[in-house]
Design a protein around this ligand. Structure first.
Ligand SMILES: [Zn+2]
Length: 371
């Protein structure tokens, strides 16, 4: 492991095992639990870097698959990497591209060597492999990179999930061998769909490879919340306590609260920005569709408990008006609020873990948040 990366636990909730920690990267510290906004195309949609700092974003995630297509990763490397290209001074995590290769690209054949596929944009042919993923993430220059993994879509047979776990371990080994950037930490990714035995096997095999952190992939892809929590319950018993745990693609507020309760440190999701653009907002009392008629003359703030720019300065009626008028500001303000709400949720969980009141925080969250 490189010396510019470290993780330490600041506090643990005695009754749940929820953790507050500090991750040190070459671009600064990250206080966990943390929610990481997604900047697919080297930008968090509708938000400038200044605004991202104003809402307390400690780190952003960028997508390797999108930034590789059309030679963009070469342009980014020429610019000196993602930090200077997008003018983001804080840490960046790049995913492995695996999830997009298996969900977005037109799949050809998948072998132990890698994945042959065609771009979802222009149909151009590509071969993605662990070596490919390490090469592109090296060019992008994030602080944390992810191993190339095989994602399965649900429902999936035990046999299919087992093959993906075996391949993910094989590819993790090759990712580690191909990863040479000393200023970048490489995380392994635990797969295994919703099969407890496979999740444990995947974790065991990856832990042997001794990565500085571990992603938990292949969840939040259509399984029930209970199945997701069951996998997290099984994994927390075997994950090394001194290393960060990252639940990939999860950002729905109750999932964050439950994940933190099960010892997860890091989360990412497109939900806050994607839902924000369509007028669905997360608030301390649950989900709000701001386009609804009932908000036409509602001159109160969206969420009186939220400290964001939208909630402190505008009314529900104005926001609803912006949506129906097709104004760009509607998408901007709603992305702003949803991101701040989700980041703030992780911040509040951290404060509660540190001051010993995390179980009270969880109870209060459920008293007001209507699913
Ligand atoms: Zn707000």
């Amino acid at each position: 492991m490189n010396s510019s990366f470290s993780f330490k636990i600041d506090a643990i909730c005695a009754s749940t095992g929820a953790r507050a920690g500090t991750l040190v990267t070459p671009h600064g510290e990250i206080k966990t639990p943390v929610f990481m906004p997604v900047g697919t195309q080297a930008t968090v949609k509708a938000m400038s870097p200044d605004e991202m700092i104003a809402i307390g974003s400690q780190i952003v995630l960028c997508n390797t698959y999108h930034l590789y297509l059309k030679d963009r990763s070469d342009v980014i490397a020429e610019a000196g990497g993602l930090h200077s290209f997008m003018n983001w001074p804080r840490p960046i995590l790049t995913d492995s591209g695996g999830f997009q290769v298996f969900s977005l690209a037109k799949l050809g054949h998948v072998t132990d060597e890698g994945v042959f596929c065609r771009s979802h944009i222009d149909g151009s042919p590509h071969t993605m492999s662990p070596e490919w993923a390490m090469d592109v993430q090296d060019k992008l220059g994030g602080d944390i990179a992810m191993c190339f993994d095989q994602c399965v879509s649900l429902p999936c047979s035990h046999e299919g999930a087992r093959k993906a776990v075996e391949r993910t371990t094989l590819w993790a080994r090759r990712s580690k061998e191909a990863h040479t950037k000393s200023s970048q930490a490489l995380f392994g990714i635990v797969q295994g769909a919703t099969f407890e035995d496979l999740r444990l096997r995947s974790a065991r095999e990856l832990i042997e490879l001794d990565f500085p952190g571990y992603g938990i992939g292949g969840l939040s892809v259509g399984e029930s919340h209970d199945d997701m929590y069951k996998m997290l319950d099984a994994l927390r018993a075997v994950m090394p306590p001194e290393k960060p745990r990252y639940l990939m693609g999860v950002g729905y507020p109750p999932n964050i609260v439950e994940g933190v309760s099960r010892g997860v440190d890091m989360f990412d999701c497109v939900l806050p920005t994607r839902n924000g653009r369509t007028g669905t907002l997360f608030t301390s009392f649950g989900r709000v569709n701001i386009k609804a008629k009932k908000y036409e003359r509602d001159f109160t703030p969206l969420d009186p408990e939220c400290d964001c720019y939208l909630c402190r300065n505008f009314t529900r009626a104005y926001l609803r008006h912006l949506y129906h008028a097709g104004e760009i500001l509607a998408a901007r303000l709603c992305s702003w609020h949803n991101l701040r709400f989700t980041i703030h949720l992780a911040e509040r969980a951290r404060e509660a873990i540190i001051d010993g009141s995390f179980p009270v925080f969880v109870r209060r969250f459920y008293e007001t948040f209507i699913d």
